[in-house]
Design a binder for this molecule. Structure first.
Ligand code: G4P
Length: 528
């Protein structure tokens, strides 16, 4: 197959949701359709079970599973589909944010009873800011939930989206009869037996036909006709360009568990979802069709075997082909590296591959060369943008608990930070090290891994910080900036890239500081 055809047939996306909405179940059903797995239950949930916060075995289990499900690839209808895993647990939100820099589109799963939840809001906001095309899947229609129109309103208001339903439920919960597929103009009736349903798609070109009444009964048919009329009156018709630009989000209804509405979602996805998209680098816009390879690291996973301390760096291919044993430029280090065993990912396994295409993810074995955001090219110096750090939510001093192992401790901290487990800040005043994380869970992960992988021991000490703000002075020669540096010295630190960070101890003090130094800008992300 030609290079261009390979690009055109790729769809790389992520499924985002609040935990429990049905992401794992939907992923599994998609893989079943692709014939990539034979039975349900094959995809392990990467969820951290409730109450497992201090359970190290659970953390390790989670790490093991998440490498297995980091990328799930399968073929459907001649299309190569790459699903990138996005942890739903809020303590791993940063992981998900970074993965979103590597997807070309997303599917948002919402629980029909719970509606829009907190984690969905945060993740969708990131996608919206990046104009990532989104399809919404309202799940668990077999349960009693919110009214479809109310839910569509909620999605528009809470998520700031502009939706148009491409399918519509006939009843719900106990009364759930099936789905009218606006996109394909047919009806799927629910009988509880999923396989049968798929064969029982009934074409309905005209909703007024008496056949509809025969199928679902007079009352339901009347309601459906009214509802579809309302849908057509309220919502704009589907427009593929608007979807691709992130201005319009099609909505599907279904039940992942019962495999209902999933085939419709997949068929539409394959048809409308974008092929690999061009990506902006600091230097220029890079197109997938370019013949020279380039890609970037969006995730690093430590090996499960503590004796080997080798890691897997996940690289999204942006342009050209990635070939085994060919030397590529590690732009940040300015040196060429060759990879003898790049991994490609399939449904449940990874395999060494000779060649990969734009949209694909390759896993490269690494002994500490990579950090998140690194770019690889065939020789050109380009740096991909868009893997920013966000202000952590928790801050603690990290202390060395075994003075004989300080070298191991620093190496361990350094590598864990490159993996993106947490962020390190060094105080300007006294050089003390502060670890910032999104969730409290990471402190235990760090402590555990430092001990088991690096033989180092650490303790933590609380530190009262509200937010880390990256300081943008505009002009570092002004008296105002110098005054800020002098007065706020106690609250200043450097991040790992040596960027200046203001550790504000409260919302109030941040506001006061902003007022006092109006020419300085304070950012909650490291890229501005
Ligand atoms: P997540 O990855 O988004 O966290 O959700 P996951 O797929 O694990 O689904 C969460 C729970 O919701 C699971 O039940 C799952 O079986 C159920 N579920 C998913 N889709 C549907 C659906 O369409 N209808 C109904 N009624 N339930 C659905 P659980 O009891 O928490 O887990 P399990 O023990 O069944 O695996």
């Amino acid at each position: 197959m030609s290079f261009l055809k390979e690009i055109q047939r790729r769809r790389t996306f992520g499924i985002i949701s609040h935990p429990d909405a049905g992401k794992t179940t939907l992923t599994e059903k998609l893989l079943l359709f692709g014939g990539a797995i034979q039975e349900a239950g094959a995809v392990k949930s990467n969820k951290i079970k409730k109450g497992a916060t201090s359970d190290f075995m659970e953390i390790e289990r989670q790490r093991g599973i998440s490498v297995a499900t980091s990328v799930l690839a399968f073929e459907y209808d001649g299309v190569k589909i790459n699903i990138l895993d996005t942890p739903g647990h809020k303590d791993f939100a940063e992981d998900t944010f970074r993965t979103l820099t590597a997807v070309d589109s997303v599917i948002v799963v919402i629980d029909v009873a719970k509606g829009v939840e907190e984690q969905t809001e945060k993740l969708v906001e990131v996608c919206r800011m990046r104009h990532i095309p989104m399809i919404v899947f309202i799940n668990k229609m077999d349960r009693e939930g919110k009214d479809a129109f109310d839910l569509l309103d909620e999605v528009e208001q809470k998520l700031g989206l502009s939706v148009t339903p491409l399918s519509f439920p006939i009843g719900m919960g106990y009364d759930f009869k099936g789905i009218y597929n606006i996109w394909e103009k047919n009806i799927n009736l629910f009988s509880g037996d999923s396989r049968k349903d798929i064969e029982e798609t009934i074409e309905i070109s005209d909703l007024d036909s008496p056949e509809l009444t025969k199928l679902i009964g007079e009352k339901s048919a009347k309601t459906l006709r009214e509802e579809i009329e309302l849908v057509e009156g309220i919502y704009p018709p589907f427009d593929k360009d608007a979807y691709l630009n992130g201005q319009l989000q099609p909505v599907f209804f279904g039940s992942a568990l019962n495999n209902f509405g999933v085939r419709e979602l997949l068929d539409c996805f394959v048809e409308i979802a974008p092929k690999p998209r061009p990506k902006q680098s600091e230097e220029r816009l890079v197109k997938p069709e370019e013949d020279k390879f380039s890609g970037f690291v969006f995730k690093i996973h430590a090996n499960m075997d503590p004796n080997h301390r080798d890691r897997l760096a996940f690289v999204k291919i942006v342009s050209g082909t990635f070939e085994r044993n060919k030397p590529y430029l590690h732009v940040r280090h300015g040196k060429k590296l060759k990879f003898s065993s790049p991994n490609a990912f399939f449904a449940e396994k990874k395999e060494i591959v000779d060649i990969s295409y734009p949209g694909d993810i390759v896993g490269l074995h690494d002994t500490g060369n990579f950090k998140i955001g690194d770019t690889l090219t065939e020789g050109e110096v380009i740096n991909y943008k868009g893997v920013p750090s966000f202000s952590p939510e928790h801050f603690r001093y990290i202390n060395n608990a075994d003075p004989l192992k300080s070298k191991q401790l620093f190496k361990g901290i350094d590598q864990l930070m490159d993996e993106g487990v947490a962020q390190l800040f060094t105080l300007e005043l006294n050089g003390r090290k502060v670890i910032g994380t999104v969730g409290a869970l990471q402190y235990e992960v760090i402590q555990y891994r430092l001990e088991h992988e690096y033989g180092a021991k650490c303790t933590y000490e609380n530190l009262n910080v509200y937010k880390a703000c990256w300081v943008d002075p505009k002009d570092s020669k002004t008296e105002e900036y110098k005054d800020f540096i002098r007065v706020k010295q106690r609250f200043l630190a450097k991040d790992k890239q040596n960027q200046l960070v203001f550790l504000a101890d409260s919302h109030f003090s941040l506001e006061m500081t902003q007022q006092k130094y109006p020419s300085l800008k304070f950012h909650f992300t490291s890229e501005f």
